[in-house]
Design a protein around this ligand. Structure first.
Ligand code: SAM
Ligand code: SF4
Length: 473
């Protein structure tokens, strides 16, 4: 794009990201991949030379939402062509993987459809599209393979541009568990762990660029088994990886998500006891409190297995707080099963949680089973959410009066307001000057709401390091 004064601004790229943190990570990598082709991030689709929809297929109507967005983009693409420009339109992520050629059939104005495991090939795909005359290409490009080569080996180093104080880092991808309800094994493919050396190198770069907290990401992150560094034999699990990351100077906090109960090992539990940088907060999805439903879901653990795991984490780290995912209305769930889920929630006491109505995903086993009526699912979800929200309010309320280390991440909506995170992932609002952004400071909690807590900076307290992250709850 050339401005009136002749300045070449390069090409503009707009990426709309749906769904999970892994998609957020992938979108950042796509931007890194396309930067050498001259693409800079645009603020809106209307000003972009290339638009990517990085999609999510985990729950209902995902594909329909993408098609309606593509309808809106068709008008923008036409307007751009009418003014002599060109917009390349690409659809990536899990809807692209699941729908494939159907996207090109229903939305012929799409230029590229690519899957989560082929986005490292984007530069070649874009070059191929741009080599064809605008409007002349007979059809769009489709690349939804599960290639032999590991995508991560072909990605450029993450850009040195600021990753923010709280950064994300994908260490593991895909899943071999095949829970009855879940599309991930089909859209993301087989489980894969990045080598330890690659993860540590990326973490070092993130810290050098200003990150103080890193969340390790994976669809099933605690299945991590990366090749040992320095030609060492065997593989490292997540616990050992966390120990290695904790040695990076300047990295104050480590988190990881999402874990499967079946892949928790002693080393991971011990890491919560031994690594002060590892936050005392765990998102451990259980999905249901009924053993019958857990078996139907192919979860390979019982409700009691899960309770025992929670107890072991809490024994290793007494101030540990827990979060989870729940699905209500899985095929076969009856009122007794649902009562078991409520009982499990009552027993554990969550700091926060996500809960969903079961949504049949095409191609998954549970989608073929007889379905529960929507009204039943909706009523159970409302009951469960009421209980979970009450627990979250209680947890936030219990922090009133505590002094928690808070990593100040971004300005708030009001002037003079800063927003940070407590060790327990609570959003903490404080009054403070913008120069404190990026600092990890003690904050006295003085107010508690449903989704956040309010605090005041403790006066005259020097910044605290990771060793002080263990907080008296
Ligand atoms: N790997 C994680 C685990 O084992 O629990 C979960 C990853 S999944 C991307 C995130 C959450 O979406 C799941 O924990 C589940 O609660 C929810 N989810 C997945 N498929 C769903 C479906 N078909 N209907 C409703 N919720 C679903
Ligand atoms: Fe999906 Fe998680 Fe089950 Fe894997 S373990 S199939 S990602 S819910």
């Amino acid at each position: 794009m050339v401005e009136k004064d002749g300045t070449d601004l390069g090409k503009r790229l707009y990426i709309k990201t749906y769904g999970c943190q892994m998609n957020v990570y992938d979108s950042a990598r796509m931007a890194d991949l396309l930067a050498p082709l001259g693409y800079h991030i645009a603020a809106a689709a209307g000003e972009a030379d290339m638009v990517i929809l990085n999609t999510c297929h985990i729950r209902e109507k995902a594909a329909e939402k993408v098609y309606s967005e593509l309808g809106r983009l068709r008008a923008l693409k036409r307007a751009r062509a009418a003014s002599g420009g060109r917009m390349v339109l690409a659809v990536g992520g899990c809807v692209a993987q699941a729908e494939g050629a159907e996207i090109l059939r229903r939305a012929p104005h799409v230029d590229i459809v690519f899957g989560p495991q082929t986005y490292h090939r984007l530069p070649a795909m874009v070059a191929g599209i741009l080599a064809a005359p605008a409007g002349g290409a007979a059809r769009g490009l489709l690349d939804t393979d599960f290639p032999e080569e590991a995508k991560f080996d072909f990605l450029p180093e993450a850009a040195a541009a600021s990753p923010g104080v709280a950064a994300i880092l994908s260490v593991q991808e895909g899943c071999d568990k095949f829970c009855s309800f879940c599309v991930v094994p089909y859209t993301r493919g087989a489980e894969y762990s990045r080598p330890v050396a690659d993860v540590v190198a990326e973490a070092r770069r993130l810290v050098a660029a200003g990150a103080r907290e890193i969340t390790l990401l994976g669809q099933n992150v605690n299945a991590y088994h990366g090749a040992a560094p320095n030609g060492g034999a065997g593989e490292w699990g997540l616990g050992r990886l966390i120990h290695a990351l904790a040695e990076i100077a300047g990295l104050a906090r480590i988190r990881y998500t999402t874990s499967h109960p079946g892949d928790v090992d002693e080393a991971l539990i011990a890491a919560h006891r031994d690594v002060p940088q590892l936050m005392p907060f765990l998102h451990l999805p259980v999905q249901s409190g009924s053993d019958r439903v857990l078996a139907a879901m192919n979860r390979k653990h019982t409700a009691d297995d899960y309770r025992r795991l929670v107890e072991r984490f809490a024994a290793a780290r007494p101030d540990m707080a827990f979060s989870s995912d729940f699905i209500v209305g899985h095929p076969g769930e009856d009122e007794v099963d649902f009562a078991a889920t409520l009982a499990l929630v009552e027993g554990i006491g969550y700091a926060q949680a996500f809960s969903f109505m079961y949504s049949p995903r095409p191609g998954t086993p549970a989608a073929q089973a007889p379905q529960l009526p929507d009204e039943v699912k909706a009523a159970r979800l409302a009951t469960l959410q009421e209980l979970l929200w009450a627990q979250q309010r209680r947890f936030n309320e219990a922090c009133r009066g505590d002094v928690l280390p808070v990593l100040l991440e971004r300005p708030g909506r009001h002037p003079g307001q800063l927003i940070g995170r407590s060790p327990y992932l609570q959003s903490v609002h404080v009054e403070g000057s913008a120069h404190l952004l990026g600092a990890l400071l003690p904050v006295r909690i003085v107010g508690a709401g449903q989704n956040s807590v309010a605090g005041v900076l403790e006066a005259d307290v020097p910044e605290i390091g990771p060793a002080a992250a263990a907080v008296s709850a």
